[in-house]
Design a protein around this ligand. Structure first.
Ligand code: SAM
Length: 252
């Protein structure tokens, strides 16, 4: 399949989501086009037996362009903001390809909104604890793939307080920027190990340049359920969660 380019995405953002004479894409739309193109490129390499789920979807640029440009035939969009969902509904009328699309208004953590066994879950810039809810719901739904790009790291993130306590225990200086990077890294570590312990082989990579977005880490996870890998991740996660008191070399 020919890779989707940022200019393909720009054209479709204009025609499906903006489409007013005389308007052009703003600077942030151009950056969004780069991010969406990079994730569509990832999605294009995955299988599609089962629905695609776009969560914390906003206007569902990603999900709807996966239908239009990659030919996904089943899409579930989950978003709590009704105005954004209305924009997604409007953009659906501009699709040139037929697809079975369900719009779900509500919280990403509400499992009733999720289909069973999605082929892939995508979440671009899932804010704060929404990323954790996406991870848990992905595991619960038995999705084959997850492409998750977390966004801000607020105090509502479940591992935030524990990560700050680790920083304090290790005697890190209280300089905000130093603490922030350390805490974010521990949060990402816990998320990675949670996915791995549940059986999702996970790679964490920058998917676009940091000049496009500072929130440029992609968690690419695939359900493989490899028992040894799961056990090792569970042991490491336990160590992380318990504050590192159990030493790695003492583990069996
Ligand atoms: C930063 S925007 C990203 C939107 C879209 N994925 C994109 O990249 O254009 C995050 C979106 O997630 C939604 N959101 C945040 N937390 C959510 C939650 N717990 N449940 C459902 N939607 C949520 C917000 O309403 C917002 O539309």
């Amino acid at each position: 399949m020919t890779p989707v380019t940022a200019s393909d995405v720009e054209r479709h953002l204009q025609s499906m989501f903006i489409d007013a004479a005389g308007t052009s894409l703003r600077r942030e739309d151009l950056k969004k086009a780069v991010e969406v193109a990079a994730l569509l490129d990832e999605l294009g390499r995955l299988g599609r037996r089962g629905p695609l789920v776009d969560v914390a979807a906003g206007k569902a640029y990603l999900g709807l362009l996966a239908v239009e440009l990659l030919g996904f035939e089943q899409l579930v969009i989950i978003e709590r903001n009704p105005a954004r969902l209305a924009d997604a509904r409007h953009a659906m009328t501009r699709l040139t390809r037929a697809a079975n699309i369900t719009l779900q208004q509500g919280d990403v953590g509400d499992r009733a909104l999720w289909p069973g066994e999605p082929s892939a879950v995508v979440a671009l810039h899932a804010c704060g604890p929404a990323s954790d809810a996406v991870i848990d719901a992905t595991i619960g739904s038995e999705a084959k793939w997850l492409l998750l790009v977390p966004c801000c790291y607020s105090a509502e993130v479940p591992f935030f307080a524990a990560a700050q306590a680790h920083a304090e225990r290790l005697g890190l200086p209280r300089h905000a920027e130093v603490q922030k990077r350390f805490v974010q890294s521990l949060i990402d570590a816990e998320r990675t190990l949670r996915l791995e312990a549940a059986g999702w082989e996970t790679t964490v990579v920058p998917f676009v340049a940091p000049t496009v977005t500072p929130h440029n880490l992609l968690f690419r996870a695939r359900r493989v359920r490899e028992p040894r890998r799961m056990a090792e991740a569970a042991r490491r996660r336990e160590q992380l969660v318990s504050g590192g008191e159990e030493r790695l070399e003492q583990a069996p």
